[in-house]
Design a protein around this ligand. Structure first.
Ligand code: CMP
Length: 143
C-alpha cells in the first residue's frame, strides 16, 4: 500500500487548522499510520528542502518552517501520493482551487499550510527526517 508524508506547516498549526486538515485525509479514506508534533531544527529543515537549496526562496522557506511547531504524519492508501497532492491544491494558495486545503486556507506560496511528498522517491527521502521505522504503526482499519 502506498504511503506519503504530510507536514502541517507553522501557519496551519498556529491557526488551529490541524484537526480540520487531518480530517480531510481521513474523510477521503486514508489511514494515519504515524503522527507527531515537532519543531524542526535548521539542519533538518535544510535537509528536507535540499532540492531547493539554490532557489532564491530557500533561506526564507527554511526560516519559516522552523519558526514554530509543525505536525508531521504518514498517510496510507491506494495512490495516496497523488490523491494527497490533489486534496492539497496548487502550491500557491492564491491560485489554488476552492475546495482544496490551500484553496480554502492559504493566500500565499510560502505560508501555504501544508507540504506533501510529490513522488515515491521524495517520500522515501523525507519520511526518515521525521520518523523512525518503529514509529510507523501497522494496523487494520477494517477497510
Ligand atoms: P512545499 O510543498 O513545502 O515544497 C517546497 C516549498 O517551497 C513550497 O511548498 C512552498 O512553500 C515554497 N515555495 C515554492 N516556490 C516558492 C516561491 N517562489 N517563493 C517562496 N516559497 C516558495
Amino acid at each position: 500500500m502506498e504511503q506519503t508524508l504530510i507536514l502541517i506547516k507553522p501557519d496551519g498549526v498556529k491557526r488551529k487548522l490541524s484537526g480540520k486538515i487531518l480530517s480531510r485525509f481521513e474523510d477521503k479514506g486514508m489511514k494515519v499510520v504515524a503522527m507527531k508534533m515537532l519543531i524542526l531544527s535548521k539542519k533538518e529543515a535544510e535537509k528536507h528542502y535540499a532540492v531547493h537549496k539554490d532557489k532564491p526562496f530557500f533561506n526564507g522557506l527554511v526560516s519559516y518552517i522552523i519558526s514554530g511547531p509543525i505536525v508531521a504524519a504518514i498517510l496510507e492508501g491506494t495512490n495516496c501520493i497523488s490523491i494527497t497532492r490533489t486534496l492539497c491544491g496548487s502550491t500557491d494558495g492564491s491560485k489554488a482551487q476552492p475546495g482544496t486545503i490551500r484553496g480554502d486556507f492559504s493566500m500565499g506560496i510560502e505560508k501555504n499550510i501544508i507540504h506533501a511528498s510529490d513522488s515515491v522517491e521524495s517520500f522515501q527521502y523525507e519520511w526518515p527526517i521525521y520518523f523512525s521505522r518503529e514509529e510507523i504503526i501497522e494496523y487494520s482499519s477494517g477497510d
